[in-house]
Ligand binder design. Structure first.
Ligand code: GTP
Ligand code: MG
Length: 227
């Protein structure tokens, strides 16, 4: 649930990378952190443990200021994929405004992907999110590996679903920005309905996406993400 602070003219949007253990959620955030310009972008915070396994979450803050003066702040989180950390996953998912589901393309990960997607639907219900209307993009990661499901198989699996599917190699950054951009477009439509971003704040969909991506290029620290 986006937090709108009328007094401070601030809208805080929470986006969550969800998926099975080791699918590449933290790597997606690290690549976004590298790809986006550094000046306005908040420092990424990771709480990593041994063997690349997130124990709590990662957080990457971004932000830009709308023509109306409204500050749009984005908080990007990853959940820990390991089955045991379901309580943390639920807490991180709570009040999310959009989700990227990062699946592992490796052939032997089909069951883990399916269970994690079901876990996402279950936890969304538990924290009171409407899964039907939640902006969601599916990403099949690790396309650079050998034993992976083909794009045709993935299309067959998700073809009838309403969520867009992207392919990526987060390790090299391929597809990372495209996935995030698509999520931003879906989130925009939701925010536009609720906060009239276009008429009240002068923010159109294309600007919403490009300003977030170019968060660092605007200079000045009025849109600083700290605090
Ligand atoms: N070959 C390849 N390896 C990847 C890719 N993306 C991530 N990895 C590797 O997969 C391992 C796990 O990546 P993470 O990003 O830590 O995975 P995670 O989804 O955050 O894992 P949890 O925090 O345990 O849920 C790391 O060794 C990454 O370098 C990719 O696209 N290709
Ligand atoms: Mg992680």
């Amino acid at each position: 649930m986006a937090e709108y602070d009328e007094q401070q003219q601030k809208l805080t949007i929470k986006l969550v990378y969800y998926g099975p253990a080791l699918s590449g959620k933290t790597t997606n955030l690290m690549r976004l952190h590298d790809l986006l310009q550094p000046q306005l972008k908040g420092e990424m915070m990771t709480l990593e443990t041994r063997n690349d396994r997130t124990l709590f979450f990662d957080l990457l803050p971004l932000g830009f200021r709308a023509p109306s003066g409204l500050l749009l702040k984005f908080k990007l989180f990853t959940v820990p994929g390991q089955v045991a950390h379901d309580g943390t996953r639920k807490a991180v998912l709570s009040r999310a405004d959009g989700v990227v589901f990062v699946a592992d393309s490796q052939r032997d990960q089909g069951t883990n992907n399916a269970e994690s997607f079901q876990n996402l639907a279950d936890n969304a219900a538990r924290v009171g999110l409407d899964f039907e209307s939640l902006p969601l993009v599916v990403q099949y990661n690790k396309r650079d590996l050998d034993d992976i499901v083909s794009e045709e198989e993935v299309s067959r699996r998700w073809g009838k679903a309403r969520w867009p599917v992207f392919f990526s190699s987060a390790l090299s950054g391929l597809g990372v920005q495209e996935t995030f951009g698509e999520l931003l477009r879906h989130v925009y439509r939701d925010m536009e309905r609720r906060f009239e971003l276009k008429s009240r704040h002068g923010v159109e969909e294309a600007a919403f996406v490009s300003s977030t991506m170019a968060a660092g290029r605007q200079g000045g620290d009025d849109a600083s993400c700290s605090g």
